[in-house]
Design a protein around this ligand. Structure first.
Ligand code: PLP
Length: 373
Protein backbone atom coordinates (compact mmCIF):
# COMPACT_ATOMS: atom_id res chain seq x y z
CA UNK A 1 0.00 0.00 0.00
CA UNK A 2 3.07 2.24 0.06
CA UNK A 3 4.04 5.06 -2.24
CA UNK A 4 7.65 3.99 -2.02
CA UNK A 5 9.49 0.72 -1.63
CA UNK A 6 12.22 2.07 0.72
CA UNK A 7 12.67 -0.13 3.79
CA UNK A 8 12.00 2.58 6.36
CA UNK A 9 9.32 4.35 4.31
CA UNK A 10 6.09 4.60 6.30
CA UNK A 11 3.10 4.05 4.00
CA UNK A 12 -0.27 5.58 4.77
CA UNK A 13 -1.65 2.11 5.40
CA UNK A 14 -0.68 -1.55 5.52
CA UNK A 15 -3.39 -4.13 6.27
CA UNK A 16 -3.19 -6.52 9.25
CA UNK A 17 -3.23 -10.00 7.72
CA UNK A 18 -1.84 -11.96 10.64
CA UNK A 19 -4.82 -14.24 11.29
CA UNK A 20 -6.04 -17.23 9.28
CA UNK A 21 -6.27 -15.40 5.92
CA UNK A 22 -3.69 -17.60 4.24
CA UNK A 23 -5.19 -20.88 5.55
CA UNK A 24 -8.66 -19.99 4.30
CA UNK A 25 -7.47 -18.84 0.85
CA UNK A 26 -5.45 -22.05 0.49
CA UNK A 27 -8.58 -23.97 1.45
CA UNK A 28 -10.47 -22.32 -1.46
CA UNK A 29 -7.70 -23.18 -3.91
CA UNK A 30 -7.38 -26.77 -2.71
CA UNK A 31 -11.11 -27.42 -2.81
CA UNK A 32 -11.62 -25.56 -6.10
CA UNK A 33 -14.23 -23.15 -4.64
CA UNK A 34 -12.82 -19.93 -6.07
CA UNK A 35 -15.84 -18.19 -7.65
CA UNK A 36 -18.73 -16.51 -5.85
CA UNK A 37 -20.20 -19.96 -5.22
CA UNK A 38 -18.68 -21.19 -2.00
CA UNK A 39 -19.23 -21.39 1.72
CA UNK A 40 -17.00 -18.46 2.74
CA UNK A 41 -19.27 -15.93 1.01
CA UNK A 42 -22.30 -16.81 3.12
CA UNK A 43 -20.15 -17.13 6.27
CA UNK A 44 -18.70 -13.67 5.64
CA UNK A 45 -22.11 -12.12 4.94
CA UNK A 46 -23.71 -13.59 8.06
CA UNK A 47 -20.71 -12.97 10.29
CA UNK A 48 -20.17 -9.37 9.23
CA UNK A 49 -23.89 -8.51 9.44
CA UNK A 50 -24.04 -9.96 12.96
CA UNK A 51 -20.87 -8.10 14.02
CA UNK A 52 -22.37 -4.82 12.78
CA UNK A 53 -25.79 -5.48 14.33
CA UNK A 54 -27.74 -5.94 11.08
CA UNK A 55 -30.05 -8.79 10.01
CA UNK A 56 -28.86 -9.16 6.40
CA UNK A 57 -25.54 -8.85 4.61
CA UNK A 58 -25.07 -9.06 0.83
CA UNK A 59 -21.45 -9.23 -0.31
CA UNK A 60 -20.49 -7.39 -3.50
CA UNK A 61 -17.36 -6.48 -5.48
CA UNK A 62 -16.77 -3.12 -3.81
CA UNK A 63 -18.51 -0.31 -1.93
CA UNK A 64 -19.23 1.61 -5.13
CA UNK A 65 -21.32 -1.35 -6.34
CA UNK A 66 -22.94 -1.55 -2.88
CA UNK A 67 -24.01 2.12 -3.09
CA UNK A 68 -25.32 1.65 -6.63
CA UNK A 69 -27.42 -1.37 -5.59
CA UNK A 70 -28.64 0.43 -2.46
CA UNK A 71 -29.98 3.31 -4.59
CA UNK A 72 -31.61 0.96 -7.11
CA UNK A 73 -33.12 -1.29 -4.45
CA UNK A 74 -34.65 1.77 -2.78
CA UNK A 75 -36.25 2.66 -6.11
CA UNK A 76 -34.28 5.90 -6.55
CA UNK A 77 -34.00 7.01 -10.17
CA UNK A 78 -34.64 9.79 -12.70
CA UNK A 79 -36.32 12.88 -11.27
CA UNK A 80 -35.09 12.13 -7.74
CA UNK A 81 -32.47 13.99 -5.74
CA UNK A 82 -30.04 12.46 -3.24
CA UNK A 83 -28.26 14.63 -0.68
CA UNK A 84 -24.59 13.75 -0.39
CA UNK A 85 -21.73 15.38 1.53
CA UNK A 86 -19.69 17.91 -0.44
CA UNK A 87 -16.70 16.33 1.29
CA UNK A 88 -16.55 12.66 0.28
CA UNK A 89 -15.21 10.27 -2.32
CA UNK A 90 -16.73 10.90 -5.76
CA UNK A 91 -18.41 7.45 -5.61
CA UNK A 92 -21.31 9.11 -3.72
CA UNK A 93 -22.04 11.37 -6.70
CA UNK A 94 -21.16 8.86 -9.41
CA UNK A 95 -23.46 6.12 -8.11
CA UNK A 96 -26.33 8.61 -7.71
CA UNK A 97 -25.84 9.67 -11.34
CA UNK A 98 -25.55 6.02 -12.41
CA UNK A 99 -28.95 5.39 -10.84
CA UNK A 100 -30.31 8.27 -12.97
CA UNK A 101 -30.85 10.63 -10.01
CA UNK A 102 -29.29 14.02 -9.21
CA UNK A 103 -26.73 14.37 -6.40
CA UNK A 104 -27.09 17.46 -4.19
CA UNK A 105 -23.88 18.45 -2.39
CA UNK A 106 -24.20 19.78 1.17
CA UNK A 107 -21.44 21.01 3.48
CA UNK A 108 -20.04 19.05 6.41
CA UNK A 109 -19.51 19.82 10.11
CA UNK A 110 -16.42 21.73 11.27
CA UNK A 111 -15.29 19.05 13.72
CA UNK A 112 -16.49 15.61 12.53
CA UNK A 113 -16.18 16.38 8.78
CA UNK A 114 -19.49 14.49 8.29
CA UNK A 115 -22.77 15.82 6.77
CA UNK A 116 -24.12 18.78 8.74
CA UNK A 117 -27.77 17.99 9.61
CA UNK A 118 -28.69 21.71 9.81
CA UNK A 119 -27.39 22.35 6.31
CA UNK A 120 -29.09 19.15 5.09
CA UNK A 121 -32.43 20.41 6.46
CA UNK A 122 -32.01 23.64 4.48
CA UNK A 123 -31.26 21.71 1.26
CA UNK A 124 -34.29 19.37 1.31
CA UNK A 125 -36.64 20.12 -1.57
CA UNK A 126 -39.68 18.56 -3.27
CA UNK A 127 -37.55 16.11 -5.28
CA UNK A 128 -35.33 14.94 -2.41
CA UNK A 129 -35.75 11.19 -1.95
CA UNK A 130 -32.74 10.16 0.12
CA UNK A 131 -29.78 11.26 2.22
CA UNK A 132 -26.45 9.50 1.71
CA UNK A 133 -24.45 10.01 4.91
CA UNK A 134 -20.74 9.18 5.06
CA UNK A 135 -18.90 8.24 8.27
CA UNK A 136 -15.78 10.27 7.55
CA UNK A 137 -12.34 8.86 8.43
CA UNK A 138 -13.90 6.52 10.99
CA UNK A 139 -16.14 9.00 12.86
CA UNK A 140 -19.87 8.33 12.57
CA UNK A 141 -22.16 10.89 10.95
CA UNK A 142 -24.92 12.18 13.22
CA UNK A 143 -27.39 9.49 12.16
CA UNK A 144 -29.87 10.35 14.92
CA UNK A 145 -30.37 13.87 13.55
CA UNK A 146 -30.39 12.63 9.95
CA UNK A 147 -32.93 9.89 10.76
CA UNK A 148 -35.18 12.49 12.34
CA UNK A 149 -35.01 14.53 9.11
CA UNK A 150 -35.76 11.41 7.05
CA UNK A 151 -38.80 10.65 9.21
CA UNK A 152 -40.06 14.23 8.94
CA UNK A 153 -39.68 14.43 5.14
CA UNK A 154 -40.31 10.77 4.20
CA UNK A 155 -36.76 10.21 2.92
CA UNK A 156 -34.58 7.12 2.86
CA UNK A 157 -31.23 7.00 4.65
CA UNK A 158 -28.28 5.37 2.89
CA UNK A 159 -25.16 5.14 5.04
CA UNK A 160 -21.74 4.94 3.43
CA UNK A 161 -19.65 3.22 6.10
CA UNK A 162 -16.75 2.44 3.73
CA UNK A 163 -14.32 3.93 6.26
CA UNK A 164 -15.99 2.95 9.48
CA UNK A 165 -16.30 -0.77 10.28
CA UNK A 166 -17.27 -1.11 13.92
CA UNK A 167 -18.35 2.48 14.69
CA UNK A 168 -20.90 2.96 17.45
CA UNK A 169 -23.58 5.55 18.15
CA UNK A 170 -24.94 5.78 21.69
CA UNK A 171 -23.18 2.52 22.50
CA UNK A 172 -24.83 0.67 19.61
CA UNK A 173 -23.00 -0.77 16.58
CA UNK A 174 -24.14 1.47 13.74
CA UNK A 175 -24.58 -1.24 11.09
CA UNK A 176 -28.34 -0.94 10.67
CA UNK A 177 -29.16 2.63 11.65
CA UNK A 178 -29.85 3.57 8.02
CA UNK A 179 -32.28 1.86 5.66
CA UNK A 180 -29.17 0.49 3.98
CA UNK A 181 -25.52 0.64 5.09
CA UNK A 182 -22.65 0.06 2.64
CA UNK A 183 -19.09 -1.03 3.41
CA UNK A 184 -15.80 -1.25 1.53
CA UNK A 185 -13.18 -3.94 2.06
CA UNK A 186 -10.46 -2.32 -0.05
CA UNK A 187 -6.94 -3.10 1.20
CA UNK A 188 -6.62 0.08 3.27
CA UNK A 189 -9.95 -0.31 5.06
CA UNK A 190 -10.36 -1.31 8.72
CA UNK A 191 -11.29 -4.84 7.56
CA UNK A 192 -10.22 -5.93 4.10
CA UNK A 193 -10.72 -8.55 1.41
CA UNK A 194 -8.34 -6.80 -1.06
CA UNK A 195 -11.30 -5.38 -2.98
CA UNK A 196 -14.84 -5.98 -1.77
CA UNK A 197 -18.03 -4.50 -0.40
CA UNK A 198 -21.19 -5.31 1.54
CA UNK A 199 -24.74 -4.03 1.76
CA UNK A 200 -26.34 -4.37 5.20
CA UNK A 201 -30.00 -3.92 6.00
CA UNK A 202 -32.65 -5.08 8.46
CA UNK A 203 -35.27 -5.06 5.70
CA UNK A 204 -35.98 -8.53 4.24
CA UNK A 205 -37.39 -7.24 0.95
CA UNK A 206 -34.50 -4.81 0.37
CA UNK A 207 -31.94 -7.55 1.02
CA UNK A 208 -33.73 -9.82 -1.44
CA UNK A 209 -33.77 -7.07 -4.05
CA UNK A 210 -30.03 -6.35 -3.62
CA UNK A 211 -29.28 -10.09 -3.97
CA UNK A 212 -31.30 -10.23 -7.18
CA UNK A 213 -29.68 -7.16 -8.79
CA UNK A 214 -26.20 -8.32 -7.72
CA UNK A 215 -26.66 -11.48 -9.78
CA UNK A 216 -27.88 -10.38 -13.26
CA UNK A 217 -31.50 -10.40 -11.95
CA UNK A 218 -31.62 -14.16 -12.58
CA UNK A 219 -35.04 -15.64 -11.91
CA UNK A 220 -36.77 -18.79 -13.12
CA UNK A 221 -36.67 -19.77 -15.90
CA UNK A 222 -32.98 -18.99 -15.63
CA UNK A 223 -32.09 -17.16 -18.83
CA UNK A 224 -35.36 -15.27 -19.24
CA UNK A 225 -35.11 -11.76 -17.76
CA UNK A 226 -37.86 -9.32 -16.85
CA UNK A 227 -35.38 -6.66 -15.65
CA UNK A 228 -31.72 -5.73 -15.89
CA UNK A 229 -29.17 -6.59 -13.21
CA UNK A 230 -25.39 -6.73 -12.81
CA UNK A 231 -22.59 -9.08 -11.93
CA UNK A 232 -21.44 -7.51 -8.66
CA UNK A 233 -20.64 -10.82 -6.91
CA UNK A 234 -17.74 -11.18 -4.43
CA UNK A 235 -15.58 -14.30 -4.86
CA UNK A 236 -15.13 -17.05 -2.29
CA UNK A 237 -11.37 -16.29 -2.32
CA UNK A 238 -12.03 -12.71 -1.20
CA UNK A 239 -14.68 -13.78 1.33
CA UNK A 240 -12.17 -16.27 2.78
CA UNK A 241 -9.89 -13.33 3.62
CA UNK A 242 -12.93 -11.52 5.03
CA UNK A 243 -13.85 -14.41 7.34
CA UNK A 244 -10.32 -14.43 8.75
CA UNK A 245 -10.42 -10.64 9.19
CA UNK A 246 -13.72 -10.94 10.99
CA UNK A 247 -12.20 -13.32 13.53
CA UNK A 248 -9.78 -10.50 14.43
CA UNK A 249 -12.21 -7.60 13.93
CA UNK A 250 -12.44 -6.50 17.56
CA UNK A 251 -8.66 -6.65 17.90
CA UNK A 252 -8.15 -4.59 14.72
CA UNK A 253 -10.63 -1.92 15.88
CA UNK A 254 -8.92 -1.87 19.30
CA UNK A 255 -5.55 -1.43 17.55
CA UNK A 256 -6.94 1.51 15.52
CA UNK A 257 -8.25 3.20 18.67
CA UNK A 258 -4.99 2.52 20.46
CA UNK A 259 -3.10 4.15 17.59
CA UNK A 260 -5.28 7.26 17.91
CA UNK A 261 -4.69 7.32 21.67
CA UNK A 262 -0.95 7.38 21.00
CA UNK A 263 -1.07 9.90 18.14
CA UNK A 264 -3.50 12.53 19.40
CA UNK A 265 -1.75 13.72 22.59
CA UNK A 266 1.51 14.04 20.63
CA UNK A 267 -0.16 15.90 17.76
CA UNK A 268 -1.77 18.23 20.29
CA UNK A 269 1.72 19.67 20.89
CA UNK A 270 1.48 21.34 17.46
CA UNK A 271 -0.15 24.73 17.64
CA UNK A 272 -2.90 25.56 15.17
CA UNK A 273 -3.39 21.97 13.96
CA UNK A 274 -6.98 20.69 13.82
CA UNK A 275 -7.25 17.08 15.04
CA UNK A 276 -9.97 14.41 14.75
CA UNK A 277 -12.64 14.63 17.44
CA UNK A 278 -14.82 12.01 19.07
CA UNK A 279 -18.27 13.29 19.95
CA UNK A 280 -19.61 12.08 23.34
CA UNK A 281 -22.26 9.89 21.62
CA UNK A 282 -19.80 8.39 19.16
CA UNK A 283 -17.22 5.64 19.13
CA UNK A 284 -14.82 6.40 16.28
CA UNK A 285 -12.64 3.73 14.71
CA UNK A 286 -10.11 6.36 13.54
CA UNK A 287 -9.75 4.85 10.06
CA UNK A 288 -7.20 7.52 9.19
CA UNK A 289 -5.54 10.08 11.42
CA UNK A 290 -6.53 13.22 9.52
CA UNK A 291 -5.25 16.68 10.43
CA UNK A 292 -6.12 20.12 9.05
CA UNK A 293 -3.41 22.77 8.84
CA UNK A 294 -4.03 26.25 10.17
CA UNK A 295 -3.58 29.51 8.23
CA UNK A 296 -0.20 30.02 9.95
CA UNK A 297 1.20 26.77 8.45
CA UNK A 298 2.85 26.32 5.02
CA UNK A 299 0.66 25.16 2.10
CA UNK A 300 -0.63 21.57 2.48
CA UNK A 301 1.09 20.18 -0.63
CA UNK A 302 4.40 21.68 0.47
CA UNK A 303 4.04 19.97 3.87
CA UNK A 304 3.21 16.65 2.16
CA UNK A 305 6.31 16.95 -0.04
CA UNK A 306 8.50 17.64 3.02
CA UNK A 307 7.09 14.56 4.79
CA UNK A 308 7.54 12.43 1.68
CA UNK A 309 11.20 13.49 1.57
CA UNK A 310 11.50 12.23 5.16
CA UNK A 311 10.07 8.84 4.20
CA UNK A 312 6.53 9.47 5.45
CA UNK A 313 3.53 8.77 3.23
CA UNK A 314 0.45 10.99 3.47
CA UNK A 315 -2.73 11.60 1.46
CA UNK A 316 -4.51 14.85 0.77
CA UNK A 317 -8.11 15.15 2.00
CA UNK A 318 -10.91 14.78 -0.55
CA UNK A 319 -11.38 17.55 -3.09
CA UNK A 320 -14.92 18.98 -2.65
CA UNK A 321 -17.61 17.60 -4.95
CA UNK A 322 -18.72 21.15 -5.80
CA UNK A 323 -15.26 21.78 -7.31
CA UNK A 324 -15.00 18.59 -9.41
CA UNK A 325 -14.82 19.26 -13.15
CA UNK A 326 -16.28 15.77 -13.76
CA UNK A 327 -19.50 16.76 -11.96
CA UNK A 328 -19.98 20.19 -13.49
CA UNK A 329 -23.55 20.54 -14.70
CA UNK A 330 -24.76 17.32 -13.10
CA UNK A 331 -24.44 18.18 -9.39
CA UNK A 332 -26.81 20.55 -7.59
CA UNK A 333 -25.06 22.81 -5.06
CA UNK A 334 -27.75 24.68 -3.11
CA UNK A 335 -25.34 26.67 -0.92
CA UNK A 336 -21.66 27.39 -0.55
CA UNK A 337 -19.62 24.81 1.36
CA UNK A 338 -16.95 26.73 3.30
CA UNK A 339 -15.98 23.83 5.59
CA UNK A 340 -15.49 21.35 2.78
CA UNK A 341 -13.54 23.96 0.83
CA UNK A 342 -11.25 24.73 3.77
CA UNK A 343 -10.52 21.16 4.85
CA UNK A 344 -10.26 19.99 1.23
CA UNK A 345 -7.42 22.48 0.73
CA UNK A 346 -5.71 22.19 4.13
CA UNK A 347 -6.27 18.57 5.24
CA UNK A 348 -4.04 15.53 5.00
CA UNK A 349 -3.86 12.19 6.68
CA UNK A 350 -0.87 10.52 8.26
CA UNK A 351 0.35 6.91 8.32
CA UNK A 352 -2.47 5.06 10.08
CA UNK A 353 -1.68 1.33 9.94
CA UNK A 354 -3.00 -0.46 13.00
CA UNK A 355 0.41 -2.09 13.56
CA UNK A 356 2.36 1.19 13.78
CA UNK A 357 4.86 1.14 16.66
CA UNK A 358 5.52 3.73 19.35
CA UNK A 359 8.76 4.90 17.72
CA UNK A 360 7.08 5.27 14.33
CA UNK A 361 4.30 7.44 15.74
CA UNK A 362 6.90 9.65 17.41
CA UNK A 363 8.86 9.83 14.14
CA UNK A 364 5.79 10.97 12.17
CA UNK A 365 4.86 13.64 14.71
CA UNK A 366 8.43 14.96 14.94
CA UNK A 367 8.68 15.08 11.12
CA UNK A 368 5.36 16.93 10.92
CA UNK A 369 6.52 19.46 13.51
CA UNK A 370 9.61 20.10 11.42
CA UNK A 371 7.68 20.22 8.14
CA UNK A 372 5.44 22.93 9.57
CA UNK A 373 8.27 25.28 10.50
C1 PLP B 1 -16.44 7.24 1.68
C2 PLP B 1 -16.17 6.21 0.64
N1 PLP B 1 -17.20 5.73 -0.09
C3 PLP B 1 -17.03 4.80 -1.02
C4 PLP B 1 -15.78 4.28 -1.30
C5 PLP B 1 -15.63 3.30 -2.42
O1 PLP B 1 -15.23 2.05 -1.97
P1 PLP B 1 -14.70 0.98 -3.01
O2 PLP B 1 -13.30 1.35 -3.35
O3 PLP B 1 -14.79 -0.32 -2.24
O4 PLP B 1 -15.61 0.98 -4.20
C6 PLP B 1 -14.67 4.72 -0.56
C7 PLP B 1 -13.33 4.20 -0.83
O5 PLP B 1 -12.34 4.67 -0.33
C8 PLP B 1 -14.87 5.73 0.42
O6 PLP B 1 -13.84 6.22 1.13
Amino acid sequence: MGDEAGSDFLPVYAPMLDGREEDYVVDCVRTGWISSQGAYVRRFEEGFAAWCGARHGVAVVNCTAALHLALLALGIGPGDEVIIPDFTLIASANTTLLAGATPVAVDVEEDTWCLDPKKVAAAIGPRTRAIMAVHMYGHPADLRALRALCAEHDLRLIVDAAQAHGVEIDGERAGALGDVTCYSFYANKVLTTGEGGMVLTDDDALAERVRLLRNQAFREPRFFHTERGFNYRLTNLQAAVGVAQLERADAIVAAKRDLAARYLPRLARIEGLQLPVERPWAKSVYWMIGVVLGPEHPPRDEVRARLQARGIGTRAFFHPMSAQPALEGSLRVPAQAPVSTRIGARGLYLPSSPGLGEGEVERVVAALEEALR
